[in-house]
Design a protein around this ligand. Structure first.
Ligand SMILES: C[S@@+](CC[C@H](N)C(=O)[O-])C[C@H]1O[C@@H](n2cnc3c(N)ncnc32)[C@H](O)[C@@H]1O
Length: 252
């Protein structure tokens, strides 16, 4: 069955947007995944097609109405009954590669893109939405977050990336490390040489160097991920290349 994305938005013309290009666009044209952007305004019932109203309790901005959103959700869920219903919001759990892997392994996703001050809390609860944030930033709408989530999922679908990349070795792969740095020709550029081991043709040495670099980058740039990686290693009793299990880096 084709992985299906149904998007509820006030701006359906934003889709597929960048997802119509490159790997995701080709996969879309090949039918490896499906996309349907549904206009929330089409579910409004008054002649002005109103989708929002002022917040109870006062304050700035407008809030998206639960009745209109519920009707929109019903239509999307009827098309994809087994897919999780995700509301993109800065109040949600942070999107990460583990969640992306889970979503990509499922039947697809229904994404609700908010606008204004957000969505009436009651429809979030009544529909059992999963609240997901694209990062600790505030966007003007959920659409860029939906594009981000979909891009990350679609590249994991069977046949989309081909042999071009290994999802395991990438940053945030199964080991939870950042990826090692990459180099290509020329071997020397502006006085900067490629690390000699990469020119050695010695596959085991290259693998060892990449592993050490991945661990060092994770330790230096993302101590949170490094701690989690060390904990996982400790549970599986494996020694780390670049650090001791107490979280203090080994001498380089
Ligand atoms: C201007 S924002 C509303 C922000 C909200 N008043 C708050 O402070 O949490 C409008 C919409 O953009 C989307 N949005 C904004 N930031 C987001 C983020 N970091 N991740 C996912 N969606 C986001 C949500 O759908 C939200 O309803």
């Amino acid at each position: 069955m084709t992985w299906q994305a149904n998007i509820l938005t006030l701006f359906p013309e934003m889709f597929p947007g960048p997802l119509g290009l490159s790997l995701a666009g080709r996969a879309l044209r090949e039918g490896r995944w499906g996309l349907r952007a549904m206009d929330i305004r089409g579910f409004a019932t008054d002649r002005h097609r109103t989708v929002d109203d002022t917040p109870f309790g006062g304050g700035a901005g407008m809030v998206m109405r639960p009745d209109v959103l519920d009707a929109a959700c019903a239509a999307a869920v009827a098309e994809s009954p087994a897919a999780p219903l995700v509301y993109l919001t800065p109040r949600g759990r942070l999107l990460d590669q583990a969640l992306v892997r889970d979503l990509a392994a499922g039947p697809g996703v229904v994404l609700l893109c908010g606008r204004y001050e957000g969505v009436d809390q009651r429809v979030i609860e009544a529909r059992g939405m999963v609240e997901v944030s694209a990062g600790d930033v505030v966007l003007s709408g959920g659409e860029p977050a939906a594009l981000l989530l979909l891009d990350a999922c679609v590249r994991l679908l069977p046949g989309v990336m081909g042999a071009a990349a290994s999802a395991e070795e990438e940053s945030h792969g199964t080991e939870g490390l950042l990826e090692y740095p990459h180099y290509t020709r020329p071997a020397e550029w502006q006085g900067r040489a490629v690390p000699p081991v990469l020119l050695s043709g010695h596959h085991a040495e290259v693998a060892r160097w990449r592993r050490t670099e991945a661990e060092a980058a994770t330790r230096a740039r993302r101590p949170d991920l490094w701690d989690r990686h060390l904990r996982r290693r400790a549970e599986s009793h494996e020694p780390a290349e670049a650090g001791r299990l107490d979280g203090h880096p080994a001498a380089a």
